[in-house]
Design a protein around this ligand. Sequence first.
Ligand code: HEC
Length: 132
Amino acid sequence: MTMLNKTPLIWAGALAAALLLSGCEKAPEQPPVSFSKDVVPILKQHCYECHLPGGEGQVASGLDMSTYESLMKGTKFGPVIRPGDSTSSTLSILIEGRADPSMRMPHGDRPPLSKEETQVIARWIDQGAKNN
Ligand code: HEC
């Protein structure tokens, strides 16, 4: 085989690599998460029972989820959501079970949130926890 015959193969390889690389660069952004459309329904289903004014969790911690503002205000000790950083947001830590099991939310014998649900909330926080 001469070098000439190998040339097309080399080019094909380079082209494939270039396509792969450009494919990576154009990886689609995560679709935006909406507070009202995506996050509130999850909180309603799993958290409102205890975190509306007068509820067990609201009375114990001060965390009132009835409005965006009260949710962002957090507990009597301060915010449980750090916009842009779900990893260090108490709310995500608790629903993902990253804290002590006795502190998992929802509290008590309630079933934990699904992976999809915790990811929706994490993405919303990472995208800035906006009132959108
Ligand atoms: C069955 C009642 C109940 C449900 C349902 C519930 N919570 Fe709670 N929550 C509590 C109680 C009680 C506390 C007070 C802290 C404690 O004693 O563990 C609390 C405290 C918290 C805190 C503050 C923790 C801290 O730093 O002190 C967060 C954040 C929280 N809940 C998030 C949630 C989220 C998110 C949901 C829904 C996925 C949820 N909770 C569902 C009862 C509940």
